[in-house]
Design a protein around this ligand. Structure first.
Ligand code: F6P
Length: 344
């Protein structure tokens, strides 16, 4: 058999570990070959492939990013007949099955393939952890660790200067990174997209905390969090990507300014940005990515198409792609309420 792979959307620690696992497991069957499309769906449209061998995938386990490259290219953009373009690319590369590794955008294309009866098996990826039908996606744990390290570092400088430190982390629709890192780092407030926040109420809580003798505070805000009343944010970048998403960022700076104005406490902002997506995956993410890779090739070889491999509890399972994409997986309210116990 000939297997195709691609990595699409934002990169994520653990992508290379999945590629390595697919190839290593796949090579157990003599005669099979593995082909990676370069730069996500862009490589499919351009017919740009590279062979993935034992040698070319050696040493990938701890390596961040993706050796295939990635992009946010949408084969259906501008009304294109994406399915025909993909079918043509698979035929030209003589592939029996495609394994796209990606988040909701990349896998939405996989779902359209599946609905058209094409051979496809998805692997879930996003640092945001907002894909449904899987308890975790690889990359999330690494991002949380990076954000937690940042909070630990912000604590010592906040304490030295008696400041309010606002940390802006990623999280477009869901506050998973913010809440996990905020809980692990002992944040005094965590603001998430699922719960529009009241700036006045936040400031009152910070003032109350400082009146009780604390001299500094840490506020973690997800990039997609929104205030109930409008803030003069600089969040709007021109245009959207090929899947219609606007580029977020700016809520942290606006918030720090507002906190300083309303409370009189000197405030600073740190925007963690793509640092959260860079570098080596944690041990947890390496293991999860490896398990996903092995499960994906097993599903593909077994002819079980239209599924996504997923983590449910401690088991790796296969779920219909449609289940993963029905809606974003938002924060569990009970989980957020546990984090809230420790707020200012
Ligand atoms: O979807 C994952 C994500 O990391 C989001 O949290 C963030 O909004 C976005 O990607 C950033 O994308 P880009 O790499 O295109 O700036």
């Amino acid at each position: 058999m000939r297997f195709g792979l691609l990595t699409g959307g934002g990169d994520c620690p653990g992508l290379n570990a999945v590629i390595r696992a697919v190839v290593r497991r796949g090579l157990e069957q003599e005669g099979d070959t593995f082909w990676g499309f370069r730069y996500g769906w862009a490589g499919v449209l351009a017919g740009e492939t590279m062979e993935l061998t034992f040698e070319s995938t050696a040493g990938l386990l701890p390596r961040g990013g993706t050796i295939l490259g990635t992009s946010r290219t949408n084969p259906f953009a501008d009304g294109a007949d994406g399915l025909s373009l993909i079918a043509h690319a698979l035929e030209r590369a003589q592939l029996d099955v495609l394994i796209p590794i990606g988040g909701d955008d990349t896998l939405s294309v996989a779902l359209r393939m599946a609905e058209a009866g094409m051979p496809v098996v998805g692997v879930p990826k996003t640092i945001d952890n907002d894909l449904n039908a899987t308890d975790f996606t690889f990359g999330f744990h690494t991002a949380v660790q990076i954000a937690t390290d940042a909070i630990d570092r912000l604590h010592t400088t906040a304490e030295s200067h008696n400041r309010v430190m606002v940390l802006e982390v990623m999280g477009r629709h869901a506050g998973w990174i913010a809440t996990y890192a905020g809980m692990a780092g002992g944040a005094d407030a965590i603001l998430v997209p699922e719960r529009p926040f009241d700036v006045k109420e936040l400031c009152a809580r910070l003032v109350h905390r400082h009146r009780r003798g604390r001299t500094f505070s840490i506020v973690v805000v997800a990039e997609g969090a929104t205030p109930k009343e409008s803030l003069a944010t600089s969040t709007t970048h021109e245009g959207t990507d090929a899947f219609g998403h606007e580029r977020l960022g700016g809520i942290g700076a606006a918030l720090a300014e507002e906190i300083e104005e309303q409370t009189g406490f000197e405030s600073r902002v740190t925007v963690l940005g793509h640092v959260q997506r860079g570098g080596t995956p944690t041990a947890y993410d390496r293991v999860l990515a490896t398990r996903f890779g092995v499960a994906a090739i097993d599903a593909a070889r077994g002819g079980r198409f239209g599924v996504m491999v997923a983590l449910q509890g401690t088991d790796i399972v296969e779920v219909p792609l449609a289940d993963a994409l029905r809606e974003p997986k938002l924060l569990d309210p009970a989980f957020y309420e546990t984090a809230e116990v420790f707020f200012a």
